[in-house]
Design a protein around this ligand. Structure first.
Ligand code: ASP
Ligand code: MG
Length: 434
């Protein structure tokens, strides 16, 4: 009974790297949280700014034993110390020792001899970003009167041992949530209404840190929301909500005020970078609304993604994928593309681990559109060539338009040569020369 009470009014917030990339950004997060003083919040935070990229470079340098390892380490160290220096005027504050000791461990790690398992080593190093950010923010909030408890996501998010892409063990996560997380909110003597934890990170069955895949903090937040039966989840972004196009490439974008889970999952699937594609399912399964709101204008409404019926009436949304390659595969003896061929082709794709962005078949050929800059491309071509004639075209762009009309198609294709076009009722996908 008491567990149910706690679950009924819990919200999950997620702050991404851009929302905590400087001391001022952290102060802004504190301002936003002050508006939610009456609520119970589980707050999931990513690594600060571009820290994850820097840690990836550190990991590469460590494994390649290159000399810039030290410089990269120092860059990450200085960036975080510059932030805590600006946040904490008391230089004897325990945060300095706390962050120092995290860096000491990282330093020991990169001086040690790496194992053969690249993905394992990657997670041990890269997961440090979220440890640093959440410790800093938790201490800062406490020192500014916003009482909170720091929780190690590794204790709750349990996975298998697929390093770099941990597969969630839902039952274990639920068990840990009930045993370790809910009691924090329910503590009779010292009730806490804010809990801060790392996004992107969990732990493997042998208790090592593991990551859930790049940009996985949204997914972490959705896992927590699911297990807590949260009443809503909010992702705080540097854009006003879900837009119909990426503002990096388009000036004229429109915010979508309300969209269905289906629409959101379709947009994420086709490559809209606004939400991690795995985020929607746990929320949809428990009918938890997801809001995308601006951390710059927190008073504005943003976008609500929920269980609404929405087949029609949406403005066109477009998604671009650059660096695409169109591979066409045909049997050597002019025979039809049939089930056996398709099954062998899919077998090769699955074995190598390549995701298809678009596919189409004709009588004697099967075409797939895939990302070009992945290191598995050459392997794919050589595997396919063992049994098939293979032709490919590089440097293409894949345009996906949801709720298309001819005017939008013409505007986006803009006279370029169309290599392939596929239409369904709501979506058109077009491969054009880059
Ligand atoms: N810090 C991680 C990344 O940049 C996770 C996230 O931001 O969602 O990939
Ligand atoms: Mg990020």
């Amino acid at each position: 009974m008491s567990i149910l009470n706690a679950q009924n009014n819990m919200k999950v917030f997620k702050f991404g790297g851009a929302s905590v990339n400087s001391a001022d950004a952290v102060k802004n997060v504190a301002e936003i949280l002050k508006n939610y003083k009456e609520e119970k919040l589980l707050i999931v935070i990513s690594a600060m700014g571009k820290t994850t990229n820097a840690l990836e470079r550190l990991c590469q340098a460590y494994l390649d034993k290159t000399t810039d390892c030290h410089d990269i380490f120092e860059g990450i160290y200085n960036y975080h110390f510059q932030i805590i220096n600006a946040l904490f005027s008391d230089k004897n504050h325990e945060i300095f020792e706390e962050i120092n000791s995290i860096f000491k461990e990282l330093n020991i790690k990169i001086k040690s001899h790496p194992s053969e398992n690249y993905d394992f080593e990657y997670d041990q190093i890269v997961s440090t970003g979220e440890l640093l950010s959440t410790k800093i923010i938790s201490f800062y909030l406490n020192s500014s009167g916003i009482k909170n408890t720091w929780l190690n996501a590794c204790d709750i998010i349990k996975t298998d041992n697929t390093y770099r892409e941990g597969k969630v063990d839902w039952q274990e996560c639920m068990h840990k949530t009930n045993r370790l997380l809910i009691p924090i909110f329910e503590d009779k003597f010292s009730p806490v209404s804010f809990v801060i934890t790392q996004g992107f990170v969990g732990s493997s069955p042998d208790e090592h840190p593991i990551t859930l895949g790049r940009e996985g903090s949204d997914y972490s937040a959705a896992i927590f929301a699911y297990n807590l039966n949260a009443t809503e989840m909010i992702i705080w972004k540097d854009v006003p909500g879900v837009l119909n196009a990426d503002p990096k490439y388009f000036e004229d974008t429109h915010k979508l005020d309300k969209i269905s889970y289906t629409e959101a999952i379709e947009l994420a699937y086709y490559g809209a970078s606004i939400i991690h594609p795995k985020t929607i399912k746990p929320l949809q399964n428990k009918n938890i609304p997801l809001k995308i709101k601006s951390f710059i204008h927190p008073e504005e409404e943003g976008t609500i993604i929920s269980d609404i019926d929405q087949a029609e009436g949406l403005i066109p949304s477009f998604i671009f994928k650059k660096n695409q390659c169109l591979v066409s595969i045909s049997p050597r003896d002019f025979s039809f593309i049939a089930e056996e061929n398709l099954s062998s082709i899919f077998g090769i794709l699955a074995k190598i681990g390549i995701k298809i962005n678009l596919m189409q078949n004709s009588a004697i050929s099967f075409s797939i559109c895939i990302d070009e800059n992945n290191n598995k491309f050459e392997l794919l071509i050589s595997e396919l060539k063992k049994d098939y004639k293979v032709k490919y075209n590089q440097n293409l762009e894949l345009i996906t338009i949801r709720h298309y009309d001819q005017q939008t198609i013409d505007k986006l294709v803009n006279g370029r040569e169309i290599k392939l076009e596929q239409k369904s009722r709501l979506t058109v996908q077009i491969v054009v020369k880059g």
